[in-house]
Structure formats: C-alpha cells, structure tokens
Design a protein around this ligand. Sequence first.
Ligand SMILES: CC(C)(COP(=O)(O)OP(=O)(O)OC[C@H]1O[C@@H](n2cnc3c(N)ncnc32)[C@H](O)[C@@H]1OP(=O)(O)O)[C@@H](O)C(=O)NCCC(=O)NCCS
Length: 176
Amino acid sequence: MGVMPGFVDPAPALRESFLAAVAEFRDDRDHPVPWFVGDVDPAALSDPAAFEAYVARVLGERTEAGVRAGFVPMTTLWWADGARFLGRLAIRHRLTPALREDGGHIGYDVRPTARRQGHATAMLAAALPVARRLGVSRALVMCEVTNTASRRVIERNGGVLIDVTGRKRRYWVPTG
Ligand SMILES: CC(C)(COP(=O)(O)OP(=O)(O)OC[C@H]1O[C@@H](n2cnc3c(N)ncnc32)[C@H](O)[C@@H]1OP(=O)(O)O)[C@@H](O)C(=O)NCCC(=O)NCCS
C-alpha cells in the first residue's frame, strides 16, 4: 500500500523524484513544457546543495520579499505519494492585468507517468481551501481551448465559464 497522495511543501528529500519528473515533462509530446520545468536547470539541480537552494527560493516566493521582479507572491505545493513527486500546483495570491489574460490564480501540472489517475482533479480540489485562506474568494483558472483534460479538471471543480478567447477558456472557480 502506497501513501495517499497529498500536498507537501517543496522539500529537498524529493530531489530525485522531482528531477525524474522534470525529465518526463521535457519528453512529453502531448503538452507544451510547463513553465516551472523551463524555469529549472536539471543538470545543476542534481547537486543537493543547489536543489536545497532551489527549494528555498520556491518557498520564499510565498512572500513579497522573495518574489522576482514582475511576479506576485505565489504558493507552490507539490503533490506526492510518499517519496514520489506526482505533480505541482501554484496559487498566485493576487491577479495582475497580465495574469487576468494568461495564467490566472492557479496553475497545475501532473507528471506524464501519473496522468489519468485523477491527480489533477484532486489537486485542484485540495488547493481551493488553501486559496481561500490566502484571501482568494474565487480563483481565476484557465486552460488552452485544446486542453480537454484541464478543462475537465476545472469543470469538475465547479468552474464557471467566463469566456473563450482565441486560445483560452477562462473560468471562475469558487473557493468556499
Ligand atoms: C492537464 C493535466 C494537469 C491533467 O492531469 P491528470 O492528473 O491526468 O488529470 P485527471 O486524471 O484528474 O483527469 C481529469 C479528466 O480529464 C480526462 N483526461 C485526462 N487526460 C486526458 C486526455 N489526454 N484526453 C482527454 N481527456 C483526458 C480524464 O479522463 C478526467 O476526466 P473525468 O473528469 O471525466 O474523469 C495533465 O495532463 C498535465 O499536467 N498536462 C500538462 C500541463 C497542463 O496542461 N497543465 C494545465 C494547464 S491549464
């Protein structure tokens, strides 16, 4: 019996599994490479000290003091089943004009070998009360018009369609 999957804070102990997942995302032919994958240098992060620094930076992004220029504070959570990293989700604490058009409050990614097992649906459900505690009463969540899986994740979590632009479907998802 494995451990029930759930959110954990980013942690150095998940380094090997996280890096294996990054390699899977890079090889994924079904979806574009997620932002967080493009944001890391896997070769450099195989060094435990560098990985610890990465984890510290991601945790630091939860406060105004730790964000880089142009970013708003964001809470990144990892979805894990014991020692196995399965996916990640990030909650931006507030919107900017750019995030209203692209990105929204919440983004999530499930590693290719863990897909179609309900993880993304469960992750978004688990994130809604966290978002609420962060002061987000309704979360803007969006997906590419072609991303059927993400669309289902949002709709299963109560997403109410706002509009469909050329590329995106945008939803409000109530957090309470
Ligand atoms: C989109 C993504 C997060 C879905 O993760 P997942 O854990 O496989 O999703 P779930 O298992 O919760 O499946 C959600 C629903 O989509 C369906 N689904 C999953 N993959 C699918 C696919 N490739 N084609 C069609 N439907 C699919 C599931 O059957 C399920 O439907 P149901 O609600 O009727 O049961 C994952 O594919 C992913 O990480 N993609 C790359 C990054 C990305 O697109 N992130 C979202 C950005 S908005």
